[in-house]
Design a protein around this ligand. Structure first.
Ligand code: HEM
Length: 474
């Protein structure tokens, strides 16, 4: 029925009846996904219709067409197929849930990212940033793959802040978690590309499916341990502080534990687990990608690095105190560097929404209710209609004086279903980069990157840099 109602307006690649692009996708790998979208936009224009197994998707790459979708309080659901393969991992957590469940959970969890709570996280973020800087300086100026230490630092930060649990210094379990995130993400992308793996019956029996479900076991047993540890601390803190504790604003996991405590049987361990899995993934892999690409860009643009050094020196002089919230607010140039990094390499390169009402794109094009639209952030951020020289790294384009279309820059999505953790993310990235800039000079070894949409954006190859100690400001 949907196929018959498919919009006639937008052009798209020729499709085999029912199968659509299924065979084309079979012939490509993860690294070819972003180039394939580019090929379609270059050939058919900024709104492209793609058919796949009886479904029709409309891909959007210009801010004007996606504004009515993202700003709407009606189109707040995710398409069925587009997020289905995440479900064994994230179940019905905040990223995937819909309708009243999503509304209630979003309302419940939003206060756990309040300014006061974020401020209380700053000490833990600074401490882990210092440990990270010590670890990269140990390389003694030799070429270093920075991805593993960055992922380790951001995993420790999300556990110590939102989850309230300090991880052990034995990194074996953490390494297993980081590898499992990569394997699970690759497994999800591979499944999307391979239509005969859409059947759960076949997937579970295939080698790919077995590897994927093993990764999910690793990820969920890690998050179960985190919940267990926090529960013990929560119980002992509760008996120490008594009823007075209740009025305090709660960080993410404490809030969930409190809801479980006060709603026995209604809010269960499984409800906590799906949210912890969602936030451990969204709160760790996205931030890692942004920090990895900003290291690469700073190393390859010494003039930008120099300006960022000057700003840090202006704020801290030769004082090695951890950054305060006021210090972070003064890092306006560093903020521009981070924003420009997220423009070129948005951690979430595309996402989608299901339409609950017909969407009029222009006089000739209406996408009917029930269909999904794909929002191609990676290409929206490179639109030549909105960005001069979009391939160049120019942090100054984020000078607050410069105005642009509000939907031409959407690294955290936009509207009611935007990223709940964006303030935490910016604070974490800024604190870690500030610690790096005050102590290190980054020199390039990897001179160009090949971004791959592996759920979260990654570089195809390791990113190698040299890290040299930076003398303190006079
Ligand atoms: C640079 C860092 C980050 C980027 C670029 C980013 C980007 C995004 C984007 C684009 C979405 C919308 C996804 C979609 O609709 O499918 C999203 C949603 C979400 N993000 Fe983030 N994110 C970042 C960091 C974080 C952090 C630190 C957390 C939590 C600690 C977090 C938690 C979430 C959650 C739970 C959602 C789902 C929200 C909802 O549907 O109501 N993210 N993020």
């Amino acid at each position: 029925r949907l196929w018959r109602r498919r919009p006639r307006g937008p052009p798209g690649p020729p499709a085999i009846p029912y199968f659509g692009q299924a065979f084309r996708l079979l012939s490509i790998a993860e690294r070819d996904i972003l180039p394939l979208f580019k090929e379609w936009f270059d050939t058919y224009g900024s709104v492209v219709q793609v058919e796949m197994l009886g479904n029709v998707y409309v891909l959007l790459s210009e801010p004007e067409s996606l504004e009515p979708v993202l700003s709407s309080s009606v189109h707040i659901s995710k398409g069925y197929w587009e997020y289905l393969f995440f479900r064994p991992w994230l179940n019905d957590g905040l990223l995937l849930s819909t309708g009243d469940k999503w509304r209630l959970r979003r309302k419940l969890l939003t206060p756990s990212f309040h300014f006061k709570i974020l401020e209380s996280f700053l000490g833990g973020i600074s401490k882990n940033s210092e440990t990270y800087v010590e670890s990269i300086l140990e390389s003694g100026g030799k070429p270093l793959d920075i991805q593993e230490p960055i992922r380790m630092a951001t995993l420790k930060i999300i556990c110590e802040t939102a989850m309230g649990v300090t991880l052990s210094t034995d990194n074996e379990e953490q390494n297993a978690f980081i590898t499992a995130i990569k394997d699970a993400s690759e497994g999800i992308v591979l499944r999307y590309l391979t239509f005969w793996l859409y059947s759960d019956f076949i997937y579970r029996r295939s080698e790919f499916g077995k590897k994927f479900y093993n990764s999910i076991d690793t990820l969920q047993s890690f998050s179960k341990k985190v919940i267990r540890r926090r529960k013990q601390l929560y119980q002992s803190e509760k008996s120490d502080v008594g009823e007075g504790n209740k009025s305090r604003r709660k960080a993410f996991l404490d809030l969930l534990l409190e809801v479980e405590d006060s709603n026995p049987g209604l809010f269960t361990e499984a409800d906590i687990q799906e949210e912890v899995d969602t936030f451990m993934f969204e709160g760790h892999d996205t931030v890692s990608a942004a920090i990895i690409f900003s290291h690469f860009l700073l190393a390859n643009h010494p003039n930008v690095q120099e300006k960022a050094f000057k700003e840090q020196d202006g704020i801290f002089g030769n004082d090695d105190r951890p950054a305060s919230m006021q210090d972070l607010q003064r890092m306006t140039y560093l903020e521009m560097v981070i924003k420009e990094t997220l423009r070129l390499y948005p951690s979430v390169p595309f996402h989608s929404r299901k339409l609950y009402q017909d969407l009029r794109i222009d006089d000739n094009t209406v996408v009917p209710a029930g269909q999904s639209v794909g929002i191609l952030t990676f290409y929206i951020h490179r639109s030549t209609r909105h960005w001069d020289d979009p391939e160049l790294f120019i942090p100054e384009r984020f000078d607050p004086e410069i105005s642009r279309h509000p939907f031409s820059y959407i690294p955290f999505s936009a509207g009611p279903r935007n990223c709940i953790g964006q303030k935490l993310a910016m604070m974490e990235i800024k604190t870690l980069l500030s610690t790096v800039l005050r102590n290190c000079i980054l020199e390039p070894v990897t001179k160009s990157v090949d971004p791959v949409a592996s759920v979260i954006i990654r570089n195809l190859d390791p990113i190698i840099l040299k890290v040299v100690p930076r003398p303190r400001a006079a």
